[in-house]
Design a protein around this ligand. Sequence first.
Ligand code: COA
Length: 227
Amino acid sequence: MPEIHVVRKDNRHLYQQYFDPYFRLRHDIYVKQRKWMALDRPDGREIDQFDTEDAVYLFCLDDGQLIGAMRALPTLLPTLMSDIVPYLNIRGPIRRGDVYELSRIFVIPERRGEHAGPRVEMLLLTAIMEYGISIGLTGFTIVLESWWLPRFERCGWKAHPLGLPQMIDGMSVLAVLVDCNDTTWKSLCRQIGLIRPTLTWRGLAGVNRLALPDISTLLPASVQPAR
Ligand code: COA
């Protein structure tokens, strides 16, 4: 099963070899494939002003290969929502210590969809919930295309719209606040059959982490007793 690693400024040196492939993958996926041309850079790496040392990355690694990732930014610092599209939130951008902004979730094309194990994208959605509750977050803001909403609904992510969708570069985009809590995490774990936490915290022994609820007895959704 792929591993999801937490990468932040305190342990970034342990993952240095992954950053060049990571930024190149972002360029391939967002610029070449999705045609988000505003992100184009001549060096073939998609890096923006939010890739600072305060960004937290989840790297999904399989046999040493980066197959997916996600980025989380503290909302007390500049974010996409605060600096690029503040008008998507009718009450103004959220700036709270217990809320991070998520962006740049991707899975490499050959690992998308259903495979032998849980979908990599579901693993990432589960892992970021685990990260959030481990460090005491209560929510995630996201600027997203509206096609995510039914996907979130299906997997149990509770997304509260912060404003109306707007057309941006031909895409219907809105801002949401997603609840980060034990209930959502446990439900995701059950859906993908996880009975233990999934995150790897290499080099992060110094980080204060809250206790996670016990999931060792969770039955997969398919074998839940009928009500
Ligand atoms: N527009 C509309 N719907 C999309 C979509 C897009 N750009 N990308 C995915 N979907 C929806 C579709 O319903 C799709 O079903 P389909 O195959 O019948 O069209 C479904 O999601 C499954 O997507 P798929 O890509 O096959 O697999 P996945 O669920 O494993 O991965 C992502 C989903 C988003 C992680 C993956 O598509 C990806 O990495 N995309 C590129 C990066 C990206 O756009 N990230 C989001 C913005 S940060």
